[in-house]
Ligand binder design. Structure first.
Ligand SMILES: NC(=O)c1ccc[n+]([C@@H]2O[C@H](COP(=O)([O-])OP(=O)(O)OC[C@H]3O[C@@H](n4cnc5c(N)ncnc54)[C@H](O)[C@@H]3O)[C@@H](O)[C@H]2O)c1
Length: 401
């Protein structure tokens, strides 16, 4: 068979530990035999980040800005233990954090569902994507423990000389207080990313805050979303999708009773909490995809999970592992599909669809990695090693290509 052509390179970001091993296996088994792969390769593995003093991460993020689509392997975020393990020059920041701050994006997380893994919520038939605002609020807050009676105030001193002051509380005894913020720029880019992603998936988007209580703070979020939506209104109507705003408590109740199949845009804290609830209720972290979408339309695909350290140490001892490659394969397929759409390459889009279908067919026949075997119902699963599982997916892919 002639290999499928690409015209623009994908920004390929290699990573660490077990996922780095899987990365190569996925390329060798499922990509290189079928696609005339064009990538611009960035090795974000921790040794190379250290060697380049993390310049490689910045270069990779800038390459995504240049080409528009990247695919990333999971990477270690160093801590004290990793400093010793890898003899690092410094404790580098999380690569995802660095890339996010350069692309200024929103993270969308979607569970990959199969009929034999039943969501904990019986009404859910289609995946629910969480869009989490990744800046500000309680994550950039300042706090004080007031240990005596006194007055707490919120003060704003404008550059123009304007002065605003409100009393938060007259404490009669000890208490706690917190100051948090967000910026119009960040909320606006969050809204753009959400509406663009909804259009690209052709799925409706829900957004919820508590603006009945937080009239100014949450009220600004609601107003900015409403204002930005005006730019997308006609395209939403054309695509047959809607933007739906409600209160966060109502949203939670509706999500529980829904069939799924929509995007749920959440403020930072809501997204933090709700994405764990949604991924757990749908099944497993190893079946969760993640894509960072920037307001100017750049896309970075990855798996939501980490580098699966425990499996890597087994691998280093020469033991076989049964590590789930699905979310990493879907990161590649997502990137190929987007590249295909942008470059008008229907064959590349079809390959991405077939690659995903081959994964799902393999799982639906009961072939699975260890993490999924206990979750499957209604079929007798066969547990495979990572290599056996990839070989099984390849068989399905070859048939469909
Ligand atoms: N996006 C990223 O690059 C990212 C995200 C999270 C953690 N990390 C890094 O990954 C390393 C390990 O972190 P962690 O243990 O908290 O997270 P992890 O996602 O690697 O593992 C969490 C748990 O889920 C299981 N698991 C995750 N993915 C799996 C898969 N594909 N197949 C089978 N089981 C799977 C693991 O065995 C473990 O029990 C850390 O160094 C951390 O910095 C990276």
């Amino acid at each position: 068979m002639e290999k499928i052509k690409m015209t623009t390179p994908l920004v390929e970001m290699d990573g660490d530990e077990m996922t780095r091993i899987l990365w190569k296996m996925i390329k060798d088994e499922l990509i290189l035999p079928f696609v005339d792969l064009k990538t611009e390769y960035y090795d974000l593995g921790l040794p190379n980040r250290d060697k380049t003093s993390d310049k490689i991460t910045v270069d990779a993020a800038n390459a995504i800005k240049k080409y528009g689509v990247g695919v990333k392997c999971a990477t270690i975020t160093p801590n004290a233990q990793r400093m010793t393990e890898y003899n690092l020059k410094e404790m580098y920041k999380s690569p995802n954090g660095t890339i996010r701050s350069i692309l200024d994006g929103t993270v969308f997380r979607t569970p990959i569902t199969i009929p034999s893994i039943h969501p904990a919520v019986k009404f859910w038939k289609k995946p629910i994507t969480i869009a989490r605002h990744a800046y500000g609020d309680v994550y950039k807050s300042v706090e004080i423990v007031a240990d005596e009676p006194g007055t707490a105030k919120l003060v704003f001193d404008g550059e123009s000389g304007k002065h605003e002051e409100v009393v938060i509380q007259q404490f009669k005894g000890p208490g706690v207080l917190q100051g948090m913020h967000n910026t119009e720029k960040s909320i606006r880019s969050f809204a753009h990313s959400c509406f663009q992603y909804a259009l690209s998936l052709k799925q409706s988007i829900w957004f919820a805050t508590k603006d009945t209580i937080s009239k100014k703070y949450d009220g600004r979020f609601r107003a900015i979303f409403e204002e930005v939506f005006q730019e997308y209104k006609d395209r939403f109507a054309e695509a047959g999708i809607e933007y739906f705003y409600t209160l966060i408590d109502d949203a939670v109740a509706r999500v529980m009773r829904s069939e799924g199949g929509f995007i749920w845009a959440c403020k930072n804290y809501d997204g933090d909490v709700m994405s764990d609830m949604v991924s757990t209720a749908f099944g497993s972290l190893a079946m969760m995809t993640s894509v960072l979408v920037s307001p100017d339309g750049n896309y970075e695909y990855e798996a939501a999970h980490g580098t699966v350290t425990r499996h890597y140490y087994k691998y280093l001892k020469g033991e076989e592992t049964s590590t789930n490659p699905i979310a990493t394969i879907f990161a590649w397929s997502g990137a190929f599909r987007k590249r295909g759409e942008l470059d008008n390459l229907p064959e590349l889009v079809a390959y991405a669809d077939k690659l995903e279908a081959a994964c799902l067919d393999t799982l639906n026949e009961g072939y699975a990695t260890k993490d999924l075997v206990n979750l499957m119902e209604g079929i007798t699963p066969t547990m495979l090693t990572s290599a056996q599982f990839l070989a099984e997916i390849r068989k399905h892919l070859e048939k469909s290509l």
